[in-house]
Design a protein around this ligand. Structure first.
Ligand SMILES: [Zn+2]
Length: 295
């Protein structure tokens, strides 16, 4: 018995050695925006690996055997859900991953759109900061369940983060409130800003649909260009995850100047303008305001 107690003591001692990677929970997030949120809630207790990295497109992502290895060694896997990262199912299966797969969008009020006579759920829920707070709560609940000894820290991190998101949401709302309703129209390459538009009262139009998987049709493109010209829409943006050629073509055809890149479905690399979820809003909002002022 004494020997066993000593052994347990030794294990605890090793386990408590600071800076040891083995202490840390291994967490996997499907895409970069979610990876940042998970890192904020997990703090020092985890190492977070992101499958679809900065500037990557989660819609069209094809996992590699290296991704399967990461998933196999994860304690918890976090996904957006709503059809964005449905490739996680086959990835988890091929990795023989037995742990929890947490859908962070669980509990949000979803938006749907009609595309080709089909009702499709819009996956871009993170573009409304109030949904970001729901994501944070779901992430914290999963971490508390996976690692009860650190529950208090996860709760604290969640509360601080949610307060930060709420303050940012207030600020964003106030900024857009000063824009006349008629000017609140923006063109982006794919329909990534439906939740953003609903939250902050902006109409977003896009030649491509909710996913980047299907290309815009010639008919849709010409309809949109006619609308841009006849309604004088000047707020035209490329996205960090999409090929800029289509928007450049629209800009050339309509004579409208592009307003730079919005971060839609992925963060920038760490040294870029949108390395975190919060920084993404702080980058996008002034660009949108500037674009709408020209409408
Ligand atoms: Zn998207």
């Amino acid at each position: 018995m004494k020997k066993l107690v000593a052994l347990i003591g030794l294990v605890l001692l090793i386990g408590a050695t600071p800076g040891m990677a083995a202490d840390k929970l291994r967490l996997v997030a499907s895409f970069s925006i979610l990876g940042d949120m998970v890192s904020r809630i997990a703090g020092d207790h985890a190492e977070v690996l992101t499958l679809v990295g900065p500037d990557g497109d989660a819609h069209t992502f094809e996992p590699s055997p290296a991704d399967a290895k990461e998933v196999a060694s994860a304690k918890v896997v976090f996904v957006n859900g709503l059809g964005l990262d449905k490739w996680i199912e086959s990835l988890a299966h091929s990795a023989e991953y037995q742990g929890p797969v947490i859908t962070v969008s669980s509990g949000i009020k979803t938006r749907t759109m009609m595309e080709d006579n089909e009702t499709i759920t819009d996956p871009h829920a993170w573009q409304d900061l109030r949904n970001g707070a729901i994501y944070a709560a779901n992430i914290a609940a999963a971490l508390i369940a996976a690692d009860p000894p650190n529950a208090a820290d996860y709760g604290k991190n969640r509360d601080a983060y949610v307060a930060e998101l709420a303050a940012l949401d207030d600020g964003v709302r106030q900024q857009f409130a000063s824009v006349p309703a008629a000017k609140r129209r923006v063109i982006t390459s794919h329909d990534a800003f439906g939740y953003f538009g609903a939250a902050y009262g902006i109409e977003f139009l896009a030649p491509e649909g909710l996913s980047t998987e299907a290309e815009a049709s010639a008919g849709d493109l010409s309809k949109l260009m006619t609308q841009i010209k006849s309604e004088g829409i000047k707020a035209l943006f490329i996205e960090n995850i999409t090929d800029p050629r289509m928007m450049t073509m629209i800009a050339n055809e309509t004579g409208v100047e592009l307003g730079g890149a919005l971060f839609s479905d992925a963060l920038s690399p760490p040294d870029g303008p949108a390395p975190t979820y919060i920084a993404m809003f702080k980058n996008n909002v002034p660009k949108l305001l500037e674009g709408m002022a020209k409408n």
